[in-house]
Design a protein around this ligand. Structure first.
Ligand code: PHE
Length: 346
């Protein structure tokens, strides 16, 4: 009897050391080993029936004590290990709120779009409405309705990309003039429209030429529109773009769809007209083409030129942006180098 007691006490001591593992799976193995169906406690209980009745009670109590002590130890260790695991996880998942935030890259409006927005806003403030036309344009609107019939030599000024014999990538935004006149007619005067957009010409790309570029067209049709109105508008535009001290100069020119036609120069903003490298020592910089709308253009879309007249002007957006910001190569606009673009972030 006392021999069995000693065995049980050793068993308990042994079990209590093995319980002190820090691995949950090992701990479960320990539980099965001592408390399982084939374990020593179970064996001891079976052995009880062979004992004398007077010994049975004390032995039974001892077995039960050992059993519950082991069970409690296993239970306590399980809780401790699970608790430790949670503490560990919390420590690992801690967010360091003192870390600086990740840098967010924000974009900006492209410099060409800034110029388009600025000029559009300028014309809107004078009562113009914005219009758009198709980039794949018909020969009819790009040329014919602008007084440029087939075989007219002036078509050579605008070398073009044809899609088929009757359609091409528009070479200028002037086609929107004919489209607008047709749509509006004489009973909806005044017509005051601004039209920005992409245009295309077969050109060899270099520092000042690109096969795709942008233009802004502005035109007006009403009673008594004169060269004086055009000149006033051009001067206001030049001063809006390049500063209130600017003067303009009109030189006679030729466009089939305007008569008279002019090239417009603005006094150089860098040297104030005295001559420098920007204006090639002339004091003047050419910025756009303009003129009074040719009577043929108005007649073709059904206007009575005895009653109405108009002016039109067209400018290259890239050219204006290059002059405004001192950009020396047109290709900078198209390669999307952030080092270039970032300089125009507002
Ligand atoms: N369409 C002409 C061009 O692209 C510019 C222009 C527009 C000239 C309107 C006169 C009037 O060269």
């Amino acid at each position: 009897m006392s021999e069995q007691n000693t065995v049980l006490e050793q068993l308990l001591a042994q079990a209590l050391t093995e319980v002190k593992t820090d691995d949950l799976k090992t701990l479960n193995d320990v539980r099965v080993k001592y408390l399982g169906k084939k374990g020593p406690i179970q064996e001891a209980m079976k052995a009880m029936k062979d004992l004398a009745p007077e010994e049975r009670k004390a032995f039974g109590q001892l077995v039960n004590t050992v059993k519950s002590e082991i069970a409690e130890a296993v239970e306590a260790q399980t809780t401790a290990l699970e608790q430790a695991a949670i503490v560990q996880r919390l420590a690992n998942e801690t967010i360091d709120i003192t870390l600086p935030a990740r840098h967010l890259h924000t974009g900006g409006v492209h410099p060409l779009q800034q110029v388009v927005d600025d000029i559009t806003q300028f014309f809107r403030s004078m009562g113009y409405e914005a219009a758009e036309g198709p980039e794949v344009e018909t020969d009819f609107y790009n040329f014919e309705m602008l007084n440029l019939p087939h075989d007219h030599p002036a078509r050579d000024m605008q070398d073009s990309f044809y899609v088929d014999p009757h359609r091409l990538l528009r070479t200028h935004t002037s086609g929107v003039q004919a489209r607008t006149f047709e749509a509006r007619g004489e009973d909806q005067l005044p017509i005051k429209v601004i039209c920005p957009g992409k245009v295309y010409r077969r050109d060899d790309d270099d520092a000042t030429h690109s096969h795709q570029f942008m233009q802004i067209e502005a035109f007006i049709v009403d009673e008594n529109v004169s060269m004086a109105n055009l000149k006033g508008t051009l001067q206001a535009l030049a001063r809006h773009l390049f500063g209130s001290d600017r003067e303009i100069r009109l030189r006679p020119s030729f466009f089939p769809f305007t008569e008279p036609s002019v090239e417009v120069d603005v006094s150089c903003a860098k040297c104030n007209g005295t001559g420098c490298n920007v204006c090639k020592q002339t004091g003047w910089i050419e910025i756009l083409g303009a003129g009074l709308i040719h009577p043929n253009v108005l007649t073709m879309t059904g206007f009575d030129t005895e009653k109405v007249s108009g002016f039109a002007l067209g400018m290259g957006v890239e050219r204006i942006a290059m002059l405004k910001y001192g950009i020396e190569d047109i290709r900078h606009f198209y390669v999307n180098d952030v080092r270039f673009l970032q300089q125009f972030k507002r």
